[in-house]
Design a protein around this ligand. Structure first.
Ligand SMILES: NC(=O)c1ccc[n+]([C@@H]2O[C@H](COP(=O)([O-])OP(=O)(O)OC[C@H]3O[C@@H](n4cnc5c(N)ncnc54)[C@H](O)[C@@H]3O)[C@@H](O)[C@H]2O)c1
Length: 333
């Protein structure tokens, strides 16, 4: 007679906006059991307990580490990610961390090293990879359907900017819109192109329409990557831009046989369309409805439930952290 496998026991650390959203997705997946939620803000804990009434309310990471869990989900302010992830991994827990994994390549590397040493599954929420549009576009590029990609253009302009004070504190957030939104764009470009070798990196940071000083939190950023393939990737992102709509999000890849474009619909943060462009022709690859936000965490939950341990693919995240480091470092000079 076989006995049913026990579901991994999971705790959530930080159940603010995105923590609560991802808790709903993971809870609905059925891959894990959500046993604890920890947040110093009792209102956040109360809201999370509505979604996971069986979970034990807690205050801090130390409570979760003492709770006999298999893994934790970290969705705290960015400055805390690396240290909290390392503590959890060293205690033998699998970790799913919000982006950015660290505020620098050094921090991200330290987390990945801890995961490798502990042989524990480590996931990062680079959620836009899981939109149906970006998945289709990556397949098109990797299948050589648009030919040799020589240029890419990615934007993420958020007409509002974050409403929480910590995002505007360099120490707590690690940077401004580049750390917040640029992380997604650099990752998306490299992931879609199969993580090519990067030649040179340059960029510019602005704060309130002026070149940003070393202590400013940038609200407009551009990055230019020259890849060893010869391709050029141009990235622009911002908070509080006069964008004429809520958000302007796109990723376009130009090849010698065609192009592929991902873009948001009517300024939406959630609805996207992907298209294959050839000459004046445009073929829609996919569009809404597409409930993509929770896919990355659900996949982490599925892998954990199937016994997965350290996956070296996580090292891809270092390329993105390195690019951001280079832009911030050049700017601080
Ligand atoms: N993957 C994505 O697309 C995506 C989207 C939004 C946010 N994020 C990332 O998620 C993180 C959280 O963003 P948010 O918008 O949910 O912020 P938030 O401020 O709404 O939530 C953070 C929560 O962490 C709690 N907290 C603070 N210190 C803590 C500690 N020491 N231990 C436990 N909890 C603590 C706060 O009380 C709050 O409830 C950020 O790093 C952000 O970059 C990622």
């Amino acid at each position: 007679m076989t006995t049913a496998a026990r579901l991994p026991k999971i705790g959530f650390l930080g159940v603010g906006w995105i923590g609560l959203n991802r808790l709903q997705a993971l809870s609905a997946s059925g891959f894990v059991e959500i046993c604890a939620v920890a947040d110093p803000n009792p209102e956040m804990v109360a809201a999370a307990l509505i979604e996971a009434p069986q979970a034990t309310p807690m205050m801090a990471l130390e409570d979760l580490l003492a709770a006999d869990l298999d893994g934790i989900v970290i969705a705290t302010p960015s400055a805390l990610h690396a240290e909290q992830s390392i503590s959890a991994l060293e205690a033998g827990l699998a970790v799913f961390c919000q982006k950015p994994l660290g505020r620098s390549e050094k921090e991200a590397q330290a987390v990945i090293d801890a995961a490798r040493r502990a042989d524990r599954l480590l996931g990062v929420d680079l959620s836009y990879r899981e939109t149906c549009g970006m998945k289709e576009i990556r397949t098109l590029i990797q299948g050589n359907e648009i030919g040799r990609v020589f240029a890419a253009d990615l934007t993420f302009h958020n007409a509002y900017g974050p409403d929480k004070a910590w995002f505007h504190d360099r120490q707590l957030a690690g940077g401004g819109c580049l750390m917040d939104l640029g992380t997604h764009l650099v990752d998306l470009s490299l992931w879609a192109l199969g993580f090519p070798e990067i030649g040179t990196v340059s960029g510019r940071l602005y704060a309130k329409a002026q070149i940003a000083g070393p202590n400013d939190v940038e609200d407009y950023a551009t990055v230019r990557l020259l890849l060893k393939t010869g391709a050029e990737v141009i990235i622009a992102c911002s908070w509080n831009l006069n964008a004429g709509q809520d958000a302007d999000i796109s990723a376009t890849f130009y090849g010698d046989k065609g192009a592929a474009r991902f873009r948001n619909i009517n300024g939406s943060f959630y609805d996207f369309q992907a298209e294959h462009l050839v000459g004046t022709e445009r073929r829609v690859l996919c569009g809404p409805p597409d409930d993509w936000g929770g896919r990355t965490i659900v996949e982490w939950g599925r892998q954990l439930a199937s016994g997965s341990r350290f996956d070296p693919q996580i090292e891809q995240h270092l390329s993105t952290a390195r690019v951001l480091d280079q832009v911030y470092r050049a700017h601080a000079r």
